[in-house]
Design a protein around this ligand. Structure first.
Ligand code: CP
Length: 306
């Protein structure tokens, strides 16, 4: 039985296969409409979510399965003190697969050790968000036609932005990838990525504080929200939150085929005038999230592609 806790739980071949399945689902949705008949997904969300929870639920429904779950710790027996491990054991009696989001780093990993069904990490604190990365990779591959030989700019909160950590871990395994890390000093990439990925694996990267300076070199610009919920000092959040705002004028400094991604939700990081630019791919990225999660559910349940 497989779970997905960290993006490196998947080989590059498995990621490429998930992307191929998602592309087939997009082209032939009817072939997949009953693939999960009588299967149940449990969405255990101890933290707020719009895209991840609803795209998982839509994914299971479009595969012909059903969904149970909760969308806040206060609606579950966690509020009475039940542990993550006990919750995972109990839900294993009711469902076939779990998607779990939790504010504590490592909680989905604990759940996967206690559960008797596959567990998917749907975001754990400021650590990882592997299914967002799968959505990002599907978007990049559909928009750029490749996942190698790209210069990827990551801008904003690289410290707490869990989507950035998983994306770096995934993309660094493809050939010819280089990263441009755009952040203030206070929100630089954490040590577990800096040392495990960049330095130990010799992946090329540069660090800058100016978005304008980085823009002309990028194939992919990945904007992020400053993660207010991870700050203990809200004055620090207020000081940092609007340092990077992508508007139409700044986007004009990019190449004509640069694509702009954002895991969303956005606050002020991208002005709405950018939405109509053909390079803005963040709403398409959210749609890709549903299709790649359909492919992932099939994979983890051991259901063969149509
Ligand atoms: N991208 C993402 O994880 O969005 P949600 O928090 O809405 O799930």
């Amino acid at each position: 039985m497989r779970s997905l806790i960290d993006i490196v739980d998947l080989t590059v071949e498995e990621i490429d296969d998930l992307i191929a399945t998602a592309n087939d689902i997009i082209a032939n949705p009817d072939k997949y409409a009953e693939k999960c008949h009588r299967k149940k997904l449990a969405t255990l969300f101890f933290e707020p979510s719009t895209r991840t929870r609803l795209s998982f639920e839509a994914a299971m429904l479009e595969l012909g399965g059903s969904v149970i779950g909760f969308s806040g710790a206060s609606n579950s027996s966690a509020s009475k003190g039940e542990s993550v491990a006990d919750t995972a054991k109990i839900v294993s009696c009711y469902a076939d697969i779990i998607a779990m989001r939790h504010p504590k780093e490592g909680a989905p990993c604990v759940a996967s050790q206690a559960a008797s069904i596959p567990v998917i990490n749907a975001g754990d604190g400021g650590h990882n968000h592997p299914t967002q990365t799968l959505a990002d990779l599907l978007t990049i591959s559909r928009e750029m036609g490749r996942l190698d030989n790209l210069t990827i700019g990551l801008c904003g909160d690289l410290k707490y932005g869990r989507t950035v950590h998983s994306l770096i871990e995934a993309m660094s395994r493809y050939k010819g990838i280089q990263f441009v890390l755009i952040s203030p000093e206070e929100l630089k990439i954490p040590g577990f990525i800096r040392y495990n990925v960049f330095e130990n694996q010799g992946i090329p990267y540069t660090e800058v504080s100016s978005l304008e300076e980085a823009m002309p070199d990028l194939d992919v610009l990945y904007m992020t929200r400053v993660q207010k919920e991870r700050f203990s000092d809200l004055a620090e959040y207020e000081r940092l939150k609007d340092l990077y705002i992508l508007d139409g004028k700044k986007l004009n400094m990019a190449k004509p085929d640069t694509i702009v991604l954002h895991p969303l939700p956005r606050v002020n990081e991208i002005t709405v005038d950018v939405d109509s630019d053909p390079r803005a791919c963040y709403f398409f990225q959210a749609l890709c999230g549903k299709h790649i999660r359909m492919a992932l559910i099939l994979f983890l349940l051991g259901i063969k592609r149509a």
